[in-house]
Design a protein around this ligand. Structure first.
Ligand code: GLA
Length: 624
C-alpha cells in the first residue's frame, strides 16, 4: 500500500493514496532482509541479563557448533543489552572493552569486527541490541545492574535516537553485524515526570509509546522511526543480509504494521520462566496467523527453556514451550547458558522434526482448529502437503482429547498416517483418534491423509500467503482472550487486558473469535475480517478462486450493505451484490489462471463502529 511505503521510508515519497481499498497489484508485507524462514540462534538476555561478556557468549556459540545445533539452523548469536561502554562525544558508540576484550583498538575507538569475524569464521551470524529512544530498558528498569553505560548524561545516551543512520552504519557497515533487535524503552520510560529524569540521571524524552493504553501511543511517530531504521539497514546492507527485530511488546498496535517493515516483531511483554507467562506470550501470537509471512514473523519472545517451569525438572513444560514456538513460526532463540545446559534440554533444542516445521518453506503459522481455555488444537500446513497437529493442554488436569479428520481438513473415510514429533512413533487412524494429554503437555504429530478439498487449498490453510493489507480495524481494541498471568507479582490490581489486535483478520474464525456463519450457514473454513478491508493473497499456479461471501451472523448491524470484490493483479475479476446481515452467502467464482496476486476487498459505505465482521466462507484456490 502506498501509505505504508511512505511511512516505512524505503520508497521515494509519493502522494498519499486516497482509497486504501483500491487494488495495488502488489504484495505489501515486508520481504526485505534475511528472514524467509524464522530466525534461529541464541540470545544472551534470558541467560545473563546485562551481565554478559565475550567469554560467555563465545562459549555458548562454540557449544552451538560442537553439538550440531548450528548445522540444524541455529545461526544467530545475539548480544542483548550490556555490550556497550558509552557514546563518545562525537556520537560514536563504544564497545565495553572490559567485557569484550577483542573490541580494544589502539586509538580507543573500539571495534566489534574481530568478534563478528570470529563468529562468521565459525559459520555463524552476529546480532546486537539497541533502543529506539536515547536510553534503554536496563537503564530505566534495572538501575542496580553493574553493567550499565557509564559517563556523562549524554555519553550514557546509547540508544539510536538522533543517531539512527550513524549507528546502523557503524554496527552493520563497519562492525559486520547481521541482526539488530530494537527496543522501545527509551520511547516510553523517560517522561519529564519520571524519577529517573527528575533526579537528573537521564534527559527527558516525551513518551510516544504506552504499553498499557494504546490510545496514548503515537503510532505514526513510532512507525516512522522504525521506517528510518529500515532505510538505514537497506543502505548499509546492499546484500540484503540483515534481520530487523522490533521489540515494542505488542504496543502501538504493532501487530498490524510491523509486518510491513521488519522481519520479526514482539507481540507481548517479556517472557518469564513461568507456565502462565509463557501462555500469555503464546496467546498474543496464536490468533495472529494472518499477520506472519516469509520475511516477517510474530515474535512471542525468546525461549526460556532452562529455567523455572522450563528447567530439566520440567521436561513436559519445556517440550510444550518448544513445540508451541515451532508451530507459531516464532524465532527459535535459545536463552540458556549452554555451558551447563543439561542434555535433555539440549535434546529439545535439537528436535529436528520440530525445527523442520518451524523452518518449513511454506511459511504458514499454525491455525487454531479447536479453541477452549483448557485445550487447544493447532494445525499447520506444510509445503509438501503434510499437516502438523499439536494438542495443548493448558490446564492442570489430564484431558481426553479427540482429534478428528475435520480438524485437519482431511477426509474421514481414509487412513491418516501420523508420526509423533517427540518420539518418532508412526501410527494411523481413520476418522478420529483419542489421545490423553497430560497437564501442561503438548502432543504433536506430522500427519498425512486425503484432503477433504481434493482439488485445491482453502486460503485459511495458507496464512503465510494471505496478508491483511487493510484489516478494517479503525480503532485498535484490546484482546480480552489473552491469558493474564500473575507472574509479575500480586501488587497493584492485576494484569488487565491491554494487548491490542482484537478484531484483526483471522483464519477459520471471525475477527472476534466466533465461528464463521452467514444466514445460518456455518463455514468450517474461511477468512473472517471486518468490512472495509483488503486482503492480499499470493497465487502460485492455481486456476480458479471460489468463495461464499456475506456479512457474518455475528455482526451487530443488520443494515449496512457490503460488496465483496475480487481483483487479480490489480484487475477486477468479479464482484458480489450488496449484501447485508441475514442475506444468504453469495457464491463468488473467477478464473485466476496466470494471476499471481489476488486482492479480496470487502467494502461498505458506513461501518462507523468499525465492527462489521464479514466472511469469505470456504475461500479457496482451486486447480480447475
Ligand atoms: C526489554 C526486552 C528484553 C530485553 C531487555 C534488555 O525488556 O523486551 O527482551 O532485551 O529489554 O534490557
Amino acid at each position: 500500500m502506498l501509505t505504508i511505503a511512505l511511512l516505512c521510508g524505503s520508497q521515494p515519497a509519493i502522494a498519499q493514496q486516497t482509497d486504501p481499498l483500491a487494488p495495488t497489484g502488489t504484495w505489501s508485507a515486508n520481504v526485505d532482509g534475511a528472514a524467509i524462514t524464522p530466525p534461529m540462534g541464541w540470545n544472551s538476555w534470558n541467560a545473563f541479563f546485562t551481565d554478559l561478556d565475550e567469554e560467555k557468549v563465545l562459549a555458548s556459540a562454540q557449544v552451538i557448533v560442537d553439538t550440531g545445533l548450528a548445522a540444524k539452523g541455529y545461526r544467530y548469536i545475539n548480544l542483548d543489552e550490556g555490550w556497550w561502554q558509552h557514546r563518545r562525544d562525537d556520537g560514536r558508540m563504544l564497545a565495553n572493552t572490559d567485557r569484550f576484550p577483542s573490541t580494544r583498538t589502539p586509538d580507543g575507538a573500539t571495534s566489534f569486527r574481530p568478534f563478528t569475524d570470529r563468529l562468521h569464521g565459525m559459520g555463524l551470524k552476529a546480532g546486537l541490541y539497541s533502543d529506539l529512544g536515547r536510553n534503554t530498558c536496563a537503564q530505566a528498569y534495572m538501575p542496580d545492574q553493574t553493567n550499565l553505560p557509564r559517563g556523562t548524561l549524554t555519553q550514557r545516551e546509547v540508544g539510536l535516537y538522533g543517531h539512527i543512520d550513524q549507528d546502523i552504519s557503524q554496527f552493520f557497515g563497519e562492525w559486520g553485524f547481521d541482526y539488530i533487535k530494537i527496543d522501545g524503552c527509551g520511547l516510553r520510560a523517560y517522561g519529564p515526570e519520571s524519577e529517573r529524569v527528575v533526579s537528573g540521571r537521564y534527559r527527558a524524552l516525551d513518551p510516544i509509546l504506552n504499553l498499557e493504553t494504546v490510545a496514548l501511543s503515537d503510532i505514526p511517530a513510532v512507525r516512522g522511526l522504525f521506517g528510518e531504521v529500515k532505510t538505514a539497514l537497506m543502505r548499509y546492507n546492499p546484500d540484503n543480509d540483515f534481520v530487523l527485530s522490533l521489540c515494542i511488546w505488542g504496543s502501538a498496535h504493532v501487530r498490524a504494521w510491523a509486518k510491513d517493515i521488519g522481519n520479526v516483531s514482539r507481540t507481548s511483554d517479556d517472557i518469564t520462566p513461568h507456565w502462565g507467562r509463557m501462555l500469555t506470550n503464546f496467546d498474543t501470537a496464536v490468533t495472529r496467523e494472518l499477520y506472519a509471512h516469509p520475511g516477517s514473523w510474530n515474535d512471542p519472545d525468546m525461549l526460556f527453556i532452562g529455567k523455572g517451569d522450563f528447567d530439566a525438572d520440567h521436561l513436559t513444560e519445556a517440550r510444550s514451550h518448544f513445540t508451541l514456538w515451532a508451530f507459531l513460526n516464532a524465532p527459535l532463540l535459545i536463552g540458556s547458558d549452554l555451558r551447563n545446559t543439561p542434555q535433555p534440554l539440549m535434546d529439545i533444542f535439537g528436535n529436528s522434526a520440530l525445527i523442520a516445521l518451524n523452518q518449513d518453506p511454506g511459511g504458514h503459522q499454525a491455525v487454531l482448529a479447536y479453541d477452549t481455555d483448557d485445550l487447544q488444537i493447532l494445525v499447520k500446513t506444510l509445503a509438501d502437503g503434510d499437516k502438523a497437529v499439536a494438542i495443548l493442554n493448558r490446564s492442570s488436569a489430564p484431558v481426553e482429547a479427540t482429534l478428528t479428520a475435520a480438524h485437519m481438513k482431511l477426509r474421514d473415510d481414509a487412513a491418516i498416517a501420523t508420526t509423533d514429533l517427540w518420539n518418532g512413533e508412526g501410527a494411523s487412524f481413520t476418522g478420529e483418534m483419542k489421545v490423553t494429554v497430560a497437564p501442561r503437555e503438548t502432543r504433536a504429530w506430522r500427519v498425512r491423509g486425503n484432503r477433504a478439498l481434493e482439488d485445491g487449498m482453502y486460503l485459511s490453510e495458507l496464512p503465510g500467503q494471505v496478508n491483511p493489507a487493510v484489516d478494517g480495524l479503525t480503532v485498535p481494541q484490546v484482546d480480552p482472550t489473552i491469558h493474564r498471568a500473575a507472574s509479575f507479582g500480586t501488587r497493584g490490581s492485576g494484569a488487565r487486558p491491554f494487548y491490542t489486535g482484537w478484531g484483526g483478520a483471522r483464519a477459520d474464525s471471525t475477527p472476534y473469535g466466533r465461528v464463521l456463519q452467514v444466514a445460518g450457514q456455518h463455514f468450517a473454513s474461511g477468512i473472517g475480517v471486518l468490512a472495509n478491508s483488503r486482503l492480499e493473497a499470493r497465487n502460485e499456479g492455481h486456476r480458479r478462486f471460489t468463495a461464499s461471501v456475506g456479512v457474518d451472523d455475528s455482526a451487530e448491524d443488520a443494515d449496512n450493505e457490503v460488496t465483496f470484490a475480487l481483483y487479480g493483479d490489480g484487475r477486477l475479476l468479479t464482484r458480489s451484490e450488496p449484501l447485508s446481515r441475514g442475506m444468504p452467502a453469495q457464491s463468488l467464482e473467477a478464473d485466476i489462471t496466470g494471476v499471481t496476486l489476488l486482492e479480496l476487498v470487502a467494502r461498505t459505505r458506513d461501518a462507523a463502529n468499525g465492527r462489521l465482521p464479514v466472511t469469505w466462507g470456504d475461500a479457496a484456490l482451486m486447480q480447475r
